[in-house]
Design a protein around this ligand. Sequence first.
Ligand code: KG4
Ligand code: ZN
Length: 340
Amino acid sequence: MLVLGIETTCDETAAAVVERQRDGRARILSNIVRSQISEHARFGGVVPEIAARAHVDLLDGIVGQAMKEANVGFAQLSAVAAAAGPGLIGGVIVGLTTAKAIAMVHDTPLIAVNHLEAHALTPRLTCALAFPYCLFLASGGHTQIVAVVGVGNYVRLGTTVDDAMGEAFDKVAKMMSLPYPGGPEVERAAARGDAKRFAFPRPMLGRPDANFSLSGLKTAVRNEANRMMPLEPEDVDDLCAGFQAAVLESTADRLSVGLRLFHERFGQPRALVAAGGVAANHAIRGALQNVAARAQTTLIIPPPELCTDNGAMIAWAGAERMALGLTDTMDAPPRARWLL
Ligand code: KG4
Ligand code: ZN
């Protein structure tokens, strides 16, 4: 089964061709991602209108490149999958409409994929992982703990009540005039800093639910930074170190609760899987390793290029749905919001 996947929900224009073999294993034949970071950097964040226009300009070329690299013709495709949300609606419309046009012209089934479902199924693209497993998804737009029970069977165990984790990293970076995207910059500064200099709050620590909250911590960092203006490089390092330490402790606590809730409802998870841009953070990876060990499960973090937004995960989610006969019609709507 050959599936073309299209991703345009945020600031990556991406397309990929993935093959699902008879034994259920995957082969990525191409995976082209064009990041728009340079278009958005001078605004300090993603500008939806600029993103949508860039998707219009780039997508045809990216799809063509993905097909060419995979050495596949449109007539050979078993399905065309596009992320139909959640995300910035202008971009979602561009990707979904393009997929519909290809599907219509080549008389190929369409699959409207939930972008979060694609993140959730990504580990099965890279290894033979069985259900059920526990997903920790932390990106610029989402922070969730999800029980992945089967294809189309997802139970949200925890979510953020305010900011997404990547968003909090980006906002803290912006406060300190570090460039966008801020996550990697904060990680680098934190590695140099003293995490004990500032006593920042550990949000939600000890709460019986598995939810996250990051805006109070972000405000505490802002207040401290404002009090000390102008900041010396050492202050920036220490503030970032203090912030990251608080995020780590809170994340470890929230995930331990999430894994306990998982265990009560679904038994032992086959793995703890991390995805989303924040999973690239080495300190967070270390914390997740400890959490998984304590819960006697394995930690799986897909390679960075599959953790962040890409077309292969959309194609793979499409293939998993197609294998169950789950296709969509031409009136599948683009969705800004779409819960798993
Ligand atoms: O998954 P992703 O590439 O895009 C979406 O948001 O969908 O995630 C990007 C987010 C940004 O907020 C970025 O600052 C954050 O992930 N991020 C990091 C790191 N690398 C990327 N956050 C913390 N530490 C990092 N090393
Ligand atoms: Zn994403």
